[in-house]
Design a protein around this ligand. Sequence first.
Ligand SMILES: [Fe+2]
Length: 266
Amino acid sequence: MSGPLPDSAEVFGRHFVDHTATGAEEVIAEELRARGLVALGGLTTRGAVLDLARRLMTITAHRDSDPDGLTALRPSPRRAGGAGCAGFGSGEMAVHTEGSSMPRPPRLMLLTCARPAISGGECVLVDGREAYAHLSECDAHAAASIARPRTAFFGSGDGHLGQVITVTGSRRVRIRMRQDDLVRFSPLIQPYLEHWKTALDIHRHVLRLGTGQGYLLDNHRWLHGRYTFTGPRQCWRALGEPAFALPDGFEARHDIAAELTAGGRR
Ligand SMILES: [Fe+2]
Protein backbone atom coordinates (compact mmCIF):
# COMPACT_ATOMS: atom_id res chain seq x y z
CA MET A 1 0.00 0.00 0.00
CA SER A 2 1.40 3.37 -0.90
CA GLY A 3 0.63 6.16 1.48
CA PRO A 4 1.36 9.74 2.21
CA LEU A 5 4.80 10.74 3.39
CA PRO A 6 5.36 10.41 7.12
CA ASP A 7 4.19 13.42 9.09
CA SER A 8 5.93 12.31 12.28
CA ALA A 9 7.29 15.78 13.04
CA GLU A 10 3.84 17.34 12.78
CA VAL A 11 2.23 14.67 14.99
CA PHE A 12 5.01 14.89 17.56
CA GLY A 13 4.85 18.67 17.44
CA ARG A 14 1.15 18.63 18.21
CA HIS A 15 0.91 15.73 20.65
CA PHE A 16 4.28 15.31 22.39
CA VAL A 17 4.40 15.21 26.18
CA ASP A 18 7.63 14.80 28.16
CA HIS A 19 6.69 11.92 30.45
CA THR A 20 9.67 12.64 32.72
CA ALA A 21 8.47 16.17 33.58
CA THR A 22 6.85 16.94 36.93
CA GLY A 23 3.09 16.48 36.70
CA ALA A 24 3.34 14.58 33.40
CA GLU A 25 0.57 12.17 34.37
CA GLU A 26 -1.98 14.98 34.65
CA VAL A 27 -0.85 16.54 31.35
CA ILE A 28 -1.13 13.17 29.62
CA ALA A 29 -4.58 12.58 31.13
CA GLU A 30 -5.77 15.97 29.92
CA GLU A 31 -4.39 15.39 26.42
CA LEU A 32 -6.16 12.04 26.23
CA ARG A 33 -9.45 13.58 27.32
CA ALA A 34 -9.12 16.40 24.80
CA ARG A 35 -7.36 14.82 21.83
CA GLY A 36 -7.06 11.12 22.52
CA LEU A 37 -3.40 10.84 21.60
CA VAL A 38 -0.02 11.51 23.20
CA ALA A 39 3.35 11.16 21.46
CA LEU A 40 6.24 10.00 23.63
CA GLY A 41 10.02 9.65 23.54
CA GLY A 42 12.94 8.38 25.60
CA LEU A 43 11.41 4.94 26.22
CA THR A 44 14.47 2.98 25.21
CA THR A 45 14.22 0.07 27.64
CA ARG A 46 11.54 -2.43 28.51
CA GLY A 47 11.74 -1.24 32.11
CA ALA A 48 11.03 2.37 31.09
CA VAL A 49 8.02 1.32 29.02
CA LEU A 50 6.66 -0.81 31.84
CA ASP A 51 7.25 1.93 34.35
CA LEU A 52 5.30 4.47 32.32
CA ALA A 53 2.51 2.00 31.55
CA ARG A 54 2.09 1.30 35.28
CA ARG A 55 1.91 5.03 36.05
CA LEU A 56 -0.88 5.56 33.52
CA MET A 57 -3.01 2.43 33.49
CA THR A 58 -4.00 -0.85 35.02
CA ILE A 59 -2.36 -3.15 32.53
CA THR A 60 -4.63 -5.77 30.98
CA ALA A 61 -3.10 -9.14 30.21
CA HIS A 62 -3.35 -10.18 26.58
CA ARG A 63 -3.20 -13.60 24.95
CA ASP A 64 0.25 -12.72 23.64
CA SER A 65 1.62 -10.71 26.56
CA ASP A 66 4.48 -11.70 28.84
CA PRO A 67 3.92 -12.13 32.60
CA ASP A 68 4.56 -8.39 33.19
CA GLY A 69 1.74 -7.51 30.79
CA LEU A 70 3.88 -6.15 27.93
CA THR A 71 3.70 -7.73 24.49
CA ALA A 72 6.82 -7.83 22.32
CA LEU A 73 5.64 -7.35 18.75
CA ARG A 74 8.24 -8.70 16.34
CA PRO A 75 8.15 -10.99 13.31
CA SER A 76 7.58 -14.57 14.46
CA PRO A 77 6.85 -17.14 11.75
CA ARG A 78 5.57 -19.51 14.44
CA ARG A 79 2.84 -17.11 15.57
CA ALA A 80 2.13 -14.99 12.51
CA GLY A 81 -0.10 -17.53 10.76
CA GLY A 82 -2.83 -17.65 13.41
CA ALA A 83 -6.13 -15.78 13.29
CA GLY A 84 -5.72 -12.25 14.62
CA CYS A 85 -1.93 -12.66 14.83
CA ALA A 86 -0.91 -10.30 12.02
CA GLY A 87 1.01 -8.26 14.59
CA PHE A 88 3.63 -11.02 14.54
CA GLY A 89 4.07 -10.79 10.79
CA SER A 90 5.68 -8.08 8.72
CA GLY A 91 2.79 -7.28 6.41
CA GLU A 92 0.58 -4.25 6.25
CA MET A 93 -2.14 -3.93 8.89
CA ALA A 94 -5.10 -1.75 8.00
CA VAL A 95 -6.14 0.63 10.75
CA HIS A 96 -8.20 -1.02 13.48
CA THR A 97 -9.31 -0.96 17.08
CA GLU A 98 -7.16 -3.13 19.33
CA GLY A 99 -9.17 -6.00 20.80
CA SER A 100 -12.19 -5.27 18.61
CA SER A 101 -13.67 -8.74 19.12
CA MET A 102 -13.68 -8.37 22.91
CA PRO A 103 -16.90 -7.31 24.67
CA ARG A 104 -15.03 -4.20 25.81
CA PRO A 105 -11.80 -3.37 23.94
CA PRO A 106 -9.04 -1.95 26.17
CA ARG A 107 -9.36 1.79 26.56
CA LEU A 108 -5.65 2.60 26.28
CA MET A 109 -2.87 1.33 24.09
CA LEU A 110 0.77 2.28 24.58
CA LEU A 111 3.11 1.32 21.76
CA THR A 112 6.81 2.11 21.62
CA CYS A 113 9.56 1.31 19.17
CA ALA A 114 12.30 -0.92 20.56
CA ARG A 115 13.99 -1.44 17.19
CA PRO A 116 12.97 0.21 13.90
CA ALA A 117 12.53 -1.71 10.67
CA ILE A 118 15.21 -1.66 7.99
CA SER A 119 12.61 -0.36 5.56
CA GLY A 120 8.92 0.47 5.96
CA GLY A 121 7.08 -0.36 9.18
CA GLU A 122 5.67 3.13 9.69
CA CYS A 123 2.78 3.40 12.13
CA VAL A 124 -0.53 4.62 10.73
CA LEU A 125 -2.89 6.50 13.04
CA VAL A 126 -6.36 7.86 12.36
CA ASP A 127 -8.34 10.12 14.66
CA GLY A 128 -11.78 8.51 14.46
CA ARG A 129 -13.32 11.78 15.59
CA GLU A 130 -12.06 13.58 12.50
CA ALA A 131 -12.82 10.71 10.14
CA TYR A 132 -16.37 10.34 11.46
CA ALA A 133 -17.00 14.08 11.23
CA HIS A 134 -15.72 13.96 7.65
CA LEU A 135 -18.10 11.10 6.78
CA SER A 136 -20.97 12.95 8.38
CA GLU A 137 -20.30 16.08 6.34
CA CYS A 138 -19.95 14.16 3.07
CA ASP A 139 -22.67 11.57 3.58
CA ALA A 140 -24.85 11.91 6.66
CA HIS A 141 -26.82 8.79 5.75
CA ALA A 142 -23.63 6.73 5.69
CA ALA A 143 -22.62 8.15 9.06
CA ALA A 144 -26.02 7.22 10.52
CA SER A 145 -25.92 3.76 8.94
CA ILE A 146 -22.63 2.67 10.50
CA ALA A 147 -24.10 3.60 13.88
CA ARG A 148 -27.06 1.25 13.46
CA PRO A 149 -27.02 -1.33 16.26
CA ARG A 150 -25.95 -4.92 15.56
CA THR A 151 -24.63 -4.34 12.05
CA ALA A 152 -21.09 -5.68 12.50
CA PHE A 153 -19.71 -8.91 13.92
CA PHE A 154 -16.12 -8.67 15.14
CA GLY A 155 -13.98 -11.78 15.57
CA SER A 156 -14.66 -15.46 15.02
CA GLY A 157 -17.20 -17.74 16.74
CA ASP A 158 -17.00 -16.12 20.17
CA GLY A 159 -16.67 -12.60 18.83
CA HIS A 160 -18.72 -9.49 19.44
CA LEU A 161 -21.92 -8.41 17.71
CA GLY A 162 -22.11 -4.63 17.67
CA GLN A 163 -21.58 -1.69 15.36
CA VAL A 164 -18.81 0.59 14.16
CA ILE A 165 -20.14 3.66 15.96
CA THR A 166 -21.68 3.32 19.40
CA VAL A 167 -23.49 6.28 20.92
CA THR A 168 -22.47 6.59 24.57
CA GLY A 169 -24.22 9.82 25.48
CA SER A 170 -25.31 13.18 24.21
CA ARG A 171 -22.97 13.90 21.31
CA ARG A 172 -20.57 11.23 22.58
CA VAL A 173 -19.58 8.11 20.68
CA ARG A 174 -16.93 5.41 20.59
CA ILE A 175 -15.53 3.55 17.61
CA ARG A 176 -14.87 -0.12 16.96
CA MET A 177 -13.37 -1.09 13.63
CA ARG A 178 -11.28 -3.69 11.85
CA GLN A 179 -10.75 -4.40 8.17
CA ASP A 180 -9.34 -7.93 7.98
CA ASP A 181 -11.17 -11.22 7.51
CA LEU A 182 -12.27 -11.30 11.15
CA VAL A 183 -15.14 -8.89 10.68
CA ARG A 184 -18.45 -9.24 8.91
CA PHE A 185 -20.69 -6.31 8.14
CA SER A 186 -24.45 -6.43 7.66
CA PRO A 187 -25.72 -5.94 4.10
CA LEU A 188 -27.53 -2.91 5.55
CA ILE A 189 -24.27 -1.02 5.89
CA GLN A 190 -22.22 -2.59 3.09
CA PRO A 191 -23.02 0.23 0.63
CA TYR A 192 -21.49 2.78 3.01
CA LEU A 193 -18.31 1.05 4.05
CA GLU A 194 -16.27 2.35 1.15
CA HIS A 195 -17.17 5.94 2.12
CA TRP A 196 -16.10 5.21 5.69
CA LYS A 197 -12.83 3.59 4.61
CA THR A 198 -12.14 6.56 2.34
CA ALA A 199 -12.66 8.91 5.29
CA LEU A 200 -10.23 6.82 7.35
CA ASP A 201 -7.71 6.97 4.52
CA ILE A 202 -7.96 10.73 4.15
CA HIS A 203 -7.35 11.29 7.85
CA ARG A 204 -4.40 8.96 8.38
CA HIS A 205 -1.17 10.12 9.88
CA VAL A 206 2.02 8.22 9.16
CA LEU A 207 4.64 7.98 11.88
CA ARG A 208 8.15 6.77 11.44
CA LEU A 209 9.15 5.94 15.02
CA GLY A 210 12.76 5.90 16.11
CA THR A 211 14.07 3.82 19.00
CA GLY A 212 12.36 4.87 22.22
CA GLN A 213 9.60 6.84 20.48
CA GLY A 214 5.98 5.83 20.76
CA TYR A 215 2.41 6.83 21.35
CA LEU A 216 -0.39 6.37 23.83
CA LEU A 217 -3.90 6.46 22.41
CA ASP A 218 -7.55 6.27 23.35
CA ASN A 219 -8.39 2.98 21.65
CA HIS A 220 -12.10 3.90 21.56
CA ARG A 221 -11.29 6.96 19.43
CA TRP A 222 -8.05 6.47 17.45
CA LEU A 223 -7.42 3.60 15.04
CA HIS A 224 -3.94 2.26 14.44
CA GLY A 225 -2.21 0.23 11.75
CA ARG A 226 1.16 -0.34 10.17
CA TYR A 227 2.85 -0.47 6.79
CA THR A 228 4.70 -3.54 5.61
CA PHE A 229 8.36 -3.75 6.57
CA THR A 230 11.63 -5.62 6.34
CA GLY A 231 14.05 -6.33 9.14
CA PRO A 232 13.72 -7.31 12.81
CA ARG A 233 11.41 -4.43 13.79
CA GLN A 234 10.27 -4.72 17.39
CA CYS A 235 7.73 -2.77 19.41
CA TRP A 236 6.54 -2.99 23.01
CA ARG A 237 2.82 -2.79 23.61
CA ALA A 238 0.80 -2.31 26.78
CA LEU A 239 -3.00 -2.39 26.91
CA GLY A 240 -5.08 -1.33 29.85
CA GLU A 241 -7.60 0.84 31.63
CA PRO A 242 -6.73 4.42 32.55
CA ALA A 243 -5.53 5.26 36.05
CA PHE A 244 -7.32 8.62 35.68
CA ALA A 245 -10.80 9.82 34.79
CA LEU A 246 -11.62 9.35 31.12
CA PRO A 247 -15.31 9.73 30.20
CA ASP A 248 -16.86 7.02 28.07
CA GLY A 249 -16.44 7.70 24.35
CA PHE A 250 -15.41 11.06 22.96
CA GLU A 251 -17.24 14.22 21.99
CA ALA A 252 -18.29 14.01 18.35
CA ARG A 253 -17.97 17.12 16.23
CA HIS A 254 -21.59 16.92 15.20
CA ASP A 255 -24.96 16.13 16.72
CA ILE A 256 -25.06 12.37 16.25
CA ALA A 257 -28.52 11.99 17.80
CA ALA A 258 -30.06 14.32 15.21
CA GLU A 259 -28.21 12.51 12.48
CA LEU A 260 -29.49 9.12 13.61
CA THR A 261 -33.06 10.44 13.71
CA ALA A 262 -32.72 11.84 10.19
CA GLY A 263 -31.02 8.65 8.99
CA GLY A 264 -33.75 6.50 10.47
CA ARG A 265 -36.43 8.40 8.52
CA ARG A 266 -34.99 7.44 5.15
FE1 LIG B 1 -3.29 -3.60 16.72
